[in-house]
Write a new protein. Structure first.
Length: 433
């Protein structure tokens, strides 16, 4: 029996199987958030005298039991139950009778689900925030540790100018700061209460939306009832954009690592416990962890486009299409968390090659510094550029970077601005409530 069924006519098994799809697999993740929303709704119903005080007390006891089963991982959807929201309502009715039947007053499954989705996104964003911050701290620590260890910089995949491992590590830390800004935007959108919008057209009951907003700790509410319903899908898409932004940072970091551990580069290495071997080549030490991160983050970066195509051309009002956002979004949240966690564990174990620039192929990497030295002696830049270029072509260029480092590249490799980057990050974190 479905909540919406009014007679004994049954839905075709084929139709039911198709429409439910994989939804039940992901619905359990919304259980605790549906309970949160339902508790707030019940308290609001009592405040407008739809529920009596004793009925509310009975419901709160029942909700407590359901919550305990969720936290104990014993909560499950029974056979024939359409979704998690139906399961919880059936459980309430079996526990407290008519009070359970009243819980859906002034509420549609549309705003019920939208509320659970927003609460889910809020809490998942905060969980993700913790991991991103942890990775940020790892990168800053590595940057400070290796701020004076030189490494080649590349443009066009060609040797360019000297850089440092400190600068390289910190570049990803600052990238995460921008990613946190996008994550905060997703949080702001998820932090608005849609409950009370019903099926998108409000309710004739004198409901108190400000009360449910406060009870669920939303920052504000979605005021327009039609738009409140339309946030279903948009909330998920905005979160997906934030996930994709973080994923792009992890992707570039992992791509660099895969290149840098290559024997032809030999910039960094990792202990044997982190690399994998070959079934035929005994010398191999493969960076499988970073290769998998690279691929997983590419999948995550496709999320916004997938959701855009799923949600395009939907007219105003609810459509069943949005049910599929869960099976697209939910698994990738976990995948990104896994990628963050493995990077937090393995990056501090990186072994940096501190003598890279002794390799002969980097003999011209300080050519810009040589040009700048001549400019500092009063020679026009274009003349200095020509002179150093001619030395390189003639094979006579020589630059003692160790003796010239104090007045050439020290400004670039030493001035990491890490304190400013940390401050920017902390400023963003302080905005999350």
């Amino acid at each position: 029996m479905k909540l919406w069924q009014k007679d004994n006519i049954t839905t075709s098994k084929l139709v039911e199987t198709f429409t439910v799809g994989n939804d039940l697999l992901f619905d359990v993740q919304l259980a605790k958030y549906d309970v949160m929303g339902s508790i707030a709704h019940a308290k609001m119903l009592q405040s407008i005298n739809v529920l009596t005080t004793s009925e509310l007390e009975e419901l709160l006891v029942a909700f407590d039991k359901i919550n305990n089963s969720i936290h104990a991982n014993s909560f499950k959807l029974e056979n024939g139950v359409e979704d998690v929201h139906s399961q919880i309502e059936f459980m309430l009715t079996s526990m407290v009778g008519d009070a359970g039947k009243k819980i859906h007053t002034a509420r549609s499954r549309n705003d019920q689900v939208a509320t659970a989705i927003k609460l889910f996104c809020k809490y998942e964003i905060k969980s993700l925030l913790t991991q991103v911050n942890h990775l940020f701290e790892v990168l800053i620590a590595l940057s400070n540790q290796y701020k004076k260890v030189l490494m080649p910089g590349y443009t066009h995949t060609q040797i360019a100018m000297p850089s440092s491992f400190g600068l390289w590590f910190a570049s990803f830390a600052e990238s995460l700061v921008d990613d946190l800004q996008v994550l905060f935007a997703a949080y702001k959108i998820a932090n608005k209460n849609p409950l009370g919008s019903g099926a998108g057209y409000g309710s004739s009951f004198n409901i108190n939306r400000s009360l449910t907003t406060a009870l669920m700790e939303f920052e504000s509410l979605n005021y327009n009832s039609i738009y409140a319903q339309a946030t279903r899908g948009k909330t998920e898409k905005t979160f997906a954009i934030a996930l994709a932004t973080i994923a792009s940072t992890l992707n570039k970091l992992s791509s660099d690592v895969c290149l840098f551990v290559n024997q032809n580069y030999n910039f960094i290495s990792f202990p044997n416990s982190i690399t994998t071997g070959s079934s035929i080549m005994p010398h191999k030490k493969n960076p499988d962890v970073f290769e998998l991160i690279r691929s997983k983050t590419n999948i995550i970066q496709a999320l916004p486009n997938t959701l855009t195509l799923m949600l395009s051309n939907l007219t105003t009002g609810y459509h069943r299409d949005v049910q599929l956002t869960k099976e697209v979004l939910f698994p990738q949240i976990q995948e990104l968390q896994n990628c963050l966690q493995i990077l937090i564990e393995v990056l501090p174990q990186a072994l940096v090659n501190e003598n890279i620039l002794q390799d002969k192929k980097y003999q011209y990497i300080f050519s810009v510094e040589a040009v700048n030295n001549l400019v500092n002696q009063g020679i026009p830049f274009r003349d200095a550029y020509k002179e150093i270029g001619e030395q390189i072509e003639a094979g006579v260029f020589n630059f003692d970077y160790k003796n010239n480092l104090h007045h050439t590249h020290e400004g670039s490799i030493g001035n990491l601005c890490n304190e400013e980057i940390v401050k920017m990050k902390n400023d963003i974190l302080s905005q999350f409530v």
